[in-house]
Design a protein around this ligand. Structure first.
Ligand SMILES: CC(C)(COP(=O)(O)OP(=O)(O)OC[C@H]1O[C@@H](n2cnc3c(N)ncnc32)[C@H](O)[C@@H]1OP(=O)(O)O)[C@@H](O)C(=O)NCCC(=O)NCCS
Length: 160
């Protein structure tokens, strides 16, 4: 499988198709995500690509962020698995833009429930999710290991 099976988020920002490369996504994950996946996990995802959506953002020469969702079949739900921005571009609104645009795009395929887990002490991410309108569902004790709790959160699209 090639990464072209994924959805590529394009906007008025800067995007290039080659950002969609798995290797670059894996590197971003390895460097900047608290719970990076191993190569085999990414390979498994590649084999099952129809059930995932990957949204990327970057400058001309660099992948600077990604949002990865699990898209279960026959469901209104999606699960945000990873949201990562490279440190040099943080606090400039790109993470929020990527999150909102990806959610808009997924609504176009009739997904109206957005689920995620976030480490309880990840204040930065929690601020972002709260700001967007995610609500806490429950606390998952030791979800990430001993004394590393998660908060499960959900965002429901309001029908107007
Ligand atoms: C979480 C992350 C994606 C945010 O990306 P970002 O581009 O820096 O975020 P933005 O600039 O769009 O900020 C959006 C909101 O997030 C919150 N936020 C971002 N950085 C923050 C900081 N340093 N301190 C407190 N709140 C912060 C704020 O609510 C902010 O809104 P505001 O600017 O109006 O205050 C980024 O910090 C990251 O990649 N972190 C490491 C990976 C991670 O923890 N991912 C989430 C796991 S579930």
């Amino acid at each position: 499988m090639t990464s072209t099976n994924f959805n590529l988020f394009k906007s008025q920002i800067y995007f290039k198709d080659d950002f969609h490369s798995f290797a670059k996504c894996q590197e971003l994950d390895r460097l900047y995500f608290a719970w990076p996946w191993g190569h085999s996990h990414w390979q498994d995802l590649a084999k099952d690509s129809q059930n995932y959506s990957l949204f990327t953002i970057g400058s001309e020469n660099e992948l600077t962020g990604l949002a990865l969702y699990y898209i279960p079949p026959s469901s209104s739900l999606v699960h945000l698995l990873k949201l990562i921005m490279t440190p040099s571009v943080r606090r400039q609104g790109w993470g929020q833009k990527l999150l909102l645009k990806s959610m808009q795009d997924l609504q176009k395929i009739n997904r109206s429930e957005f689920y995620l887990e976030v480490e309880e002490n990840n204040t930065v991410a929690l601020n972002l999710y709260n700001k967007i309108g995610y609500k806490i569902l429950c606390r998952k004790k030791d979800f990430y290991g001993s004394k590393r709790n998660a908060l499960a959160m959900k965002y429901f699209v309001q029908n107007t």
